[in-house]
Ligand binder design. Sequence first.
Ligand SMILES: Nc1ncnc2c1ncn2[C@@H]1O[C@H](COP(=O)(O)OP(=O)(O)OP(=O)(O)O)[C@@H](O)[C@H]1O
Length: 235
Amino acid sequence: MLKLEEVHTYYGNSHILQGLSFSVSEGKCTALLGRNGAGKTTTIHSIAGLTPPRKGKIYFEETKIDSAPPYRIARLGIGLVPQGRRIFPSLTVKENLTMPAREPRKQTRDKKWTLDEIYELFPALKEREHNMGNQLSGGQQQMLAIGRALMTNPHFLLMDEPSEGLAPVIIEQVGDIIRMLKENGLSILLVEQNLFLACSVADEVLVMNKGQIVWQGSPQELLANEEIQHRYLGV
Ligand SMILES: Nc1ncnc2c1ncn2[C@@H]1O[C@H](COP(=O)(O)OP(=O)(O)OP(=O)(O)O)[C@@H](O)[C@H]1O
């Protein structure tokens, strides 16, 4: 469904993604793990068109997207839950949700998300619908960031460290949401620092180091492999 072939991405002269190749299957959650600075966010940004690759190819379904602008990539059905939530602080909760709203693609069997359904999924957002984005707790902001991405009715979701800075009980809720989205048929690429969250939701795990995939396997294989955990994840 999503395929990266020998992707090279730079910031100025810094060569960050160094021939990155992997693919994500339809209806699966694939977790991308690695230490700080391994290039995980750069991978997400390369796919979303925010930091386009200088070399290599990215395909979403049949479409080549490596030189497409971000708005077109979003319209193809790729949603983004960015690192650090990036909630609009001076818009209300409701405005944060309705501003990016978009109908699903034509001829899709995907679930259609509406404002009411987002409120049903996250009752705390309904209670605070007239509050400003910056009046929410970290957990509520994360729910808002997920809800905002769902309002674009994506076919594929990029999630960048959704557990960052959250309390364990909220991280468990994030895990439940990811599992529910997967059951609804959404395909997900999940960047995480939290090995246990990633392994509890993913079908497949990719480990990244210095801009390349250095290990690939099932969550069970990774949890049993202390050497890989130690070498690339600092566990
Ligand atoms: N805008 C930028 N300009 C220059 N270098 C950058 C920029 N953003 C990231 N980098 C560098 O690119 C490398 C990869 O960063 P990236 O954010 O993709 O890593 P990451 O694996 O997501 O780590 P983290 O968990 O810390 O976000 C790092 O060395 C970082 O310092």
